[in-house]
Design a protein around this ligand. Sequence first.
Ligand code: UDP
Ligand code: GLC
Ligand code: MN
Length: 360
Amino acid sequence: MAESSQAWVTLATNDSYSLGALVLAHSLKRVGSTRRLVVMVTSGVTMVMQDQLRAIFDEVHLVDVLDSKDAVNLALLSRPDLGITFTKLHCWRLTNYNKCVFLDADTLVLQPCDELFDREEFSAAPDPGWPDCFNSGVFVFRPNEDTYKSLISLALTKGSFDGGDQGLLNTYFNDWATRDINRHLPFIYNMCSPSHYSYLPAFKQFGEGVKIAHFIGPNKPWSQFFDSETKTVRPSPTAGHLKYLFQFWWDLFCAHVHPHLSPDMALDREKLLLNETTKLPDQCASDVKITNDSKREAGLASAFSQMKLGEPSPAATMELQEHLRRSAWEQGSMDFMGADAFENIWSKIMDTVNKGPSNK
Ligand code: UDP
Ligand code: GLC
Ligand code: MN
């Protein structure tokens, strides 16, 4: 099969996840992948960021936001933000390609893994939380409009048991666990890093073979405290063995992404559309504004664009980084939806930064 008919596919609905997508693309180039790189974006990604994506991805594909709006199941997952991952389903519409591998924007490729294209739909690795289900952060699939339509119809009739794409896909491909062992990807293709549990002796034994790392959960690499002067990440002490993975993500970010981030991002985020709508096609057309979320996420990328690497940070930048570190910690705690929610802290940060160090 021609390699041009095969692609790595990822998704970003805002500028923060776009930072993940950019680092992911560079990690794939670094290991010499020969397959095409495709990123699906929604209008929540600023135009300036879309240009950055276009510079490394072969295709930047604009899609509508699909959102499950299933607050109850998303609360069980402690991730109210993940209804939007239904947008992932658009990957089945990329019918210019015969076979693809989907990668979450919070994954990082460590070693060559083009052999994944030898697998068939639907292949995925077990979820570490419930291994009879697969994790939908890495999967092999064949684009097909009929599959897309069936998935949407299942979403509308049955919904998803976790409120995100993973619950829906596990219901749809429900014989994954038993039908064919070849559809079980080894864990090295989706080494999930939940902070609450990791099987350390196994990591010691097999860790060197890991090909794709996946930063599942609310603590993403871009929300860790990063010391821009020494270019070192300082994750919480509980990150343990994951620290080197976070550092590798930041090394790629500093080498390939940061130099191209444009200060225009700060202006562009102000222009973010005011009425992004989230809907499932045809049936539910209710409008949901996610403007604040998109603006906040665009703010993070624009803050990084103003960060100077290898130099002592101005007080305002230090303050910003400290707030980011705290917010990352709070996102991992039970209280992150409370009064100290990231959104509240973020507006405080922006007030501080906009005032500048001399006006405080
Ligand atoms: N995603 C996105 N915007 C969001 C949330 C998620 O673009 O606001 C995409 C992104 O590709 C991300 C994937 O959906 O990697 C799944 O979400 P996430 O990785 O946060 O879920 P987790 O793996 O932590 O369960
Ligand atoms: C999971 C997966 C992610 C998926 C989310 C919502 O934990 O890691 O890829 O989007 O749950 O279902
Ligand atoms: Mn993920």
